[in-house]
Design a protein around this ligand. Structure first.
Ligand SMILES: Nc1ncnc2c1ncn2[C@@H]1O[C@H](COP(=O)(O)OP(=O)(O)OP(=O)(O)O)[C@@H](O)[C@H]1O
Ligand SMILES: [Mg+2]
Length: 258
């Protein structure tokens, strides 16, 4: 299957060299274009094959977009993202799932329970950003899922994983990776005690889309809300039902799952 086309000019990603980390590959450098002359054919959306979730995103996932998925511990973030990874891999898309919080074996165990497993779906248990970037460069996935942003770290920074400095810097790195290589990227983020994702709104400004996963862990229903979306509306919600086989969408409040 063809790689999705990109909305942005291809960039060379050079990590570590401050000031010139992102060098445009287009030679000569980009020129101003009349807005009417910009071809929108290059803006691809990937269908998640989950009708309600596609709708929440504004019609599917935009290639090269960066989405933050936030929620309380244990609410089902990893479950949903693993199911999403499977649905995308089933379509022939190359998906890399970085399971920093769990081992590959633990994630595989959950995957088996959910019936998730496809040749195009790769797992990587790694927390050091430079290593993750190395594997992204090598594998060139079309979709990247990071579980979670708070557990990763950049070796160059003195602060510990989950600190505002680490989280902000990592999100910026992933933003450039997503835009530069056209990778649809999802960052899972825990909600802090004050109800914010990774501290004082640090991430919300950097990413394209913010999805909030809410619900009562004692009950089966979960709500996903779009808090910010550069490519779609924000007034929508999606209802999910948690079961043994994972999360299924509920198309109305009377429990008609599909
Ligand atoms: N065998 C099972 N049958 C039904 N539901 C299960 C089963 N195992 C786990 N769950 C559900 O999955 C939830 C945990 O989901 P998941 O690990 O995806 O959450 P998370 O948001 O990623 O958590 P964390 O913040 O710890 O990473 C549990 O709270 C439970 O509701
Ligand atoms: Mg998890």
């Amino acid at each position: 299957m063809d790689r999705p086309l990109q909305c942005l000019p291809k960039m060379e990603y050079i990590s570590g060299r401050s000031g010139e980390r992102f060098k445009s590959l287009s030679r000569p450098s980009a020129q101003p274009m009349r807005i009417k002359e910009v071809s929108l054919d290059a803006c691809t959306r990937l269908s998640t094959k989950m009708v309600e979730f596609d709708r929440l995103l504004g019609g599917g996932i935009v290639a090269g977009s960066l989405t933050l998925v936030g929620g309380d511990p244990g609410i089902g973030k990893s479950t949903l993202m693993l199911q999403l990874a499977h649905k995308l891999a089933e379509q022939g898309l190359l998906v890399l799932y970085v399971c920093g919080e769990e081992s590959v074996e633990q994630t595989s165990l959950r995957a088996r329970r959910l019936g998730v497993g496809h040749d195009s779906l790769y797992l990587l248990s790694e927390t050091l950003f430079s290593q993750i970037k190395h594997h992204v460069d090598r594998l060139q996935p079309q979709v990247l899922i990071v579980d979670s942003i708070q557990i990763l770290y950049k070796g160059e920074l003195p602060s510990s994983p989950g600190s505002v400095a680490q989280v902000r810097e990592l999100a910026t790195e992933f933003m450039h990776l997503a835009k530069g290589l056209g990778i649809a990227t999802f960052l899972i983020g825990h909600v802090t005690k004050s109800g914010e994702i990774a501290g004082p709104k640090v991430l919300e400004h950097i990413v394209d889309t913010v999805l909030d996963f809410e619900g009562d862990r004692q009950h089966g229903y979960r709500l996903m809300r779009s808090v910010k979306n550069r490519f779609g509306p924000t007034e929508d919600i999606v209802l999910f039902q948690m079961g043994i086989e994972g999360l299924s969408e509920v198309s109305n409040l009377f429990g008609r799952a599909h």
